[in-house]
Design a protein around this ligand. Structure first.
Ligand code: ZN
Ligand code: ZN
Length: 343
């Protein structure tokens, strides 16, 4: 391969991915070059691939990526050669929200792999402030999941929580499984997981759920049974569907909190609105993550309070990106995270 070029998966138009040789962008002042070793594929990539999220083409997607710093100007605590996880949420640093510490809400913010070049490639130059060193205990092969976990941790930080409270998690995909673990790590009492998938319910039990319930008819009555008829103090909605939000309202206890973690695109809904009032429920939204969440997740992983390895069900080479994206589209089955190996 000629010097100064690399292999990358380039999205030329919706549905048109090509394995191409492209120029390597050298790091600018304040940036580091990262040789990407592993990346994760998620629903956002699928939406970009299909054109449901509009982007400028050509685009190199990929926002869940781990690698090794090869050059540039690393910041404190990171050296050339270190293994790192990349925070893909780029922000301006000088707007009202950034100065208020709400970098995740920066109106000039861009997500690498969606609004800026991403990591489905051999190299990616990123601000030195956006790489976090991976300690020995964290395997690069699961590290891309750290990015997903940061969005879960950021969301959990928004939810007032009392020690020993009952928590119900609706939807046990990758994020749901992370919320099970994070809730337990912060002192949840009875943890109830609800999924259509037997495989996902079984995994949630392995990761800390006390009770799991098969989604479907009668499921919400079973949740109430498991809480002596009272309901859960915290309900974490991870499916992004209105019907699950309605279920969340039904199974939350009076004075409870509902975290709307699944991204909901509906603009109209039928919901038990009166229950929101009568039970005095709090609805909490959370978007993306902040830099502090990377340090937080890395510590939780080092402590063993959160495990990523059981969430990886498939591995394939970067060149099979389209297959990986199609697997995300095909949905459930015994699939959680697909990790791409770049070398
Ligand atoms: Zn993602
Ligand atoms: Zn900003």
């Amino acid at each position: 391969m000629p010097a100064g070029t690399m292999k990358a998966m380039v999205l030329r138009a919706p549905g048109a991915l090509a394995w191409e040789e492209v120029p390597v962008r050298e790091p600018r002042p304040g940036e580091v070059q990262v040789r990407i070793t592993h990346s994760g594929v998620c629903g956002t990539d699928l939406k970009i691939f299909k054109g449901a999220i509009r982007v400028r083409h050509p685009l190199i997607m990929g926002h869940e990526m781990a690698g090794e710093v090869t050059s540039g100007e690393p910041g404190p605590g990171v050296r050339t050669g270190d293994r790192v996880i990349i925070d893909p949420m780029l922000f301006c640093g000088i707007c009202f929200h950034c100065r208020a510490g709400q970098t995740n809400l920066c109106p000039n913010g861009r997500l690498a792999g969606r609004d800026a070049e991403g990591g489905f490639a051999e190299y990616l130059a990123v601000p030195a402030s956006h790489v976090f060193r991976l300690p020995e205990a964290i395997d690069s092969r699961t590290a891309p999941l750290i990015q997903v976990a940061t969005t879960c941790l950021h969301a959990q930080r928004q939810v007032p929580f009392f020690l020993g409270e009952t928590v119900a998690v609706l939807g046990l995909g990758v994020s749901g499984q992370l919320h099970v673990q994070l809730s337990k790590a912060r002192g949840a009492g009875t943890l109830i997981g609800i999924s259509r998938s037997r495989f996902k319910n079984a995994l949630a039990e392995e990761l800390g759920a006390d009770v799991t319930i098969a989604a479907g008819d009668g499921a919400m009555a079973k949740v109430l049974d498991a809480t002596d008829g009272r309901g859960a103090g915290v309900v974490i909605e991870c499916t992004g569907t209105v019907s699950a939000l309605a279920d969340a309202v039904r199974i939350a206890r009076p004075g409870g909190r509902i975290l709307l973690f699944g991204i909901m695109n509906a603009t109209e809904a039928s919901l038990p609105f009166y229950d929101l009032y009568f039970k005095e429920l709090t609805l909490i939204n959370a978007r993306a993550a902040k830099p502090e969440d990377f340090a937080g997740v890395i510590e939780l992983l080092e402590q063993g309070a959160v495990r990523l390895e059981p969430l990886v069900t498939h591995r394939m080479p970067l060149g099979d990106l389209e297959t990986a994206i199609r697997m995300v589209e095909d949905g459930p089955g015994e699939r959680l995270k697909v990790i791409l190996e770049h070398i």
